[in-house]
Design a protein around this ligand. Structure first.
Ligand code: SAH
Length: 395
């Protein structure tokens, strides 16, 4: 087996149980033949510390598989890790009402670089690190044996692959070609999902718990769903008897799916307005028209892709939050989110606080929100927490 020897003093990284070892912490890598293969991680003076996968082209040179250097990294190792992840989902997901959820959440399920999402009888995987790619065949075999899916579909097309210098791959890994749209249910609401080319692996599964919470706030209310995608929050609002819905997204394809999703649930689209456009512009238009809403959802895409974009992203978040606060009726509610990993909970809170001051409204934060529980966060891996949100009451 190859070895990755750390620089003097860098063994502290492993004590913290953070699964990433950056190239700057590594003194030398020896005897590696193939990208992604397993290496033993040693301290500068030769003590065996852990086992990991080497990524020869990445700044994250090694991702730890196990902090126990005696463990064997083989098919059984992956089978055990995958079984542990499945057991957690069996506890936290009510499979009678929900058949779309995240089964394996990468580092946070101790499987760095591996994402597996369940969409009814289909599994969608992303192999985002050299180590995950190295073990792809075994992982697909284990998933197939344990879950017997109709199809295992690969959606390794995330931009993060560029940094890892890994190839993008999209297509069937096992089983039958999936149809263009798959029907799934989330809390007994039905959705069509395009796993082949929809965003992420097809659906924003991470918002499930927050969408459910929305139900408590919308009865007989007018709701504005900004960045609505295929209508996740909108369907929940409809199911809880919102009186009027306005959906905004820049993607016409996403808006077409909203209408299909309403039909799928036998919901009327009377009092549902779908607007294709830019939220930044439309919020200003509504302000100029003096339009008001009772509930507004702001769930934008990631504004900060890197640390260097944080300041600009913060300006964007503040802009839409300020505009939304002004558009709310007295006693209205704002559901506001940031999924930028580089914007911390504290910074997002400060952005919302600043928007509150500039809006001239009284803003009460009544709840702090995060990603759904099938997206666990490993305590030693703060990067795992990326979705932050607040419910605010506005006066
Ligand atoms: N809330 C959604 C997920 C939102 S993802 C859900 O629960 O499923 C972000 C969405 O914002 C995407 O659908 C994307 O098409 C859209 N989008 C990105 N920039 C936009 C902009 N400036 N104006 C309107 N929509 C935008």
């Amino acid at each position: 087996m190859g070895t990755a020897t750390l620089k003097k003093g860098k063994e502290k990284i492993l004590q913290s149980k953070h699964p990433w070892i950056f190239s700057g912490a590594i003194d030398k890598i020896d005897d590696v033949k193939q990208n992604g293969e397993t290496v033993i991680i040693k301290s500068f003076d030769g003590a065996e510390l852990a086992l990991g996968a080497v990524s020869v082209h990445s700044q994250i040179a090694v991702r730890v598989w196990s902090f126990n250097s005696d463990e064997k990294i083989d098919k059984i190792f992956f089978e055990n890790r995958i079984k542990t992840a499945i057991a957690l989902r069996e506890k936290i997901i009510d499979q009678n009402s929900t058949n779309v959820y995240r089964l394996i959440n990468s580092e946070n399920d101790l499987l760095p670089g591996l994402i597996v999402d369940v969409y009814n009888k289909y599994l969608v995987c992303q192999f985002l690190s050299a180590g995950a790619v190295f073990w792809k065949k075994e992982i697909v075999g284990i998933l197939s044996e344990l879950l017997k899916p109709k199809c295992i579909f690969e959606r390794s097309d995330s931009e993060s692959l560029v940094k890892e210098k890994l190839e993008k791959n999209v297509g069937v890994l096992l089983g039958e070609e999936p149809p263009k749209l798959i029907e799934v249910k989330e809390n007994n609401l039905k959705f069509f999902v395009n796993i082949k080319s929809g965003h992420k692996t097809g659906f924003y599964i991470d918002q499930r718990d927050n969408r459910k919470l929305l139900r408590e706030f919308v009865k007989d209310k007018s709701v504005l769903n900004c960045f609505c995608y295929t209508g996740g929050f909108s369907l929940y609002a409809k199911s809880a008897e919102a009186s009027h819905l306005t959906n905004i997204d820049s993607s016409s394809e996403a808006l077409t799916l909203i209408t299909k999703n309403f039909e799928l649930n036998n919901y009327s689209i009377d009092n549902v307005e779908n607007i294709e456009g830019d939220v930044f512009k439309l919020l200003r238009k509504f302000r100029d028209e003096n339009r008001k809403f009772d509930v507004i959802i702001l769930d934008p895409p990631k504004f900060a892709e890197s640390v260097s974009q944080v300041t600009k992203a913060a300006r964007g978040y503040k802009d839409i939050n300020l505009l939304a606060m002004k558009l709310l009726n007295r006693g209205g509610f704002l559901f506001t989110f940031s999924c930028s990993g580089h914007i911390s909970q504290e910074l997002f809170r400060k952005i919302v606080d600043d928007a509150a001051i500039d809006s001239g409204r009284i803003v009460k934060i009544i709840r702090q929100l995060t990603q759904s529980s099938d997206h666990p966060v490993l305590s030693s891996f703060p990067e795992g927490l990326y979705l932050k949100g607040f419910i605010c009451e506005i006066y």
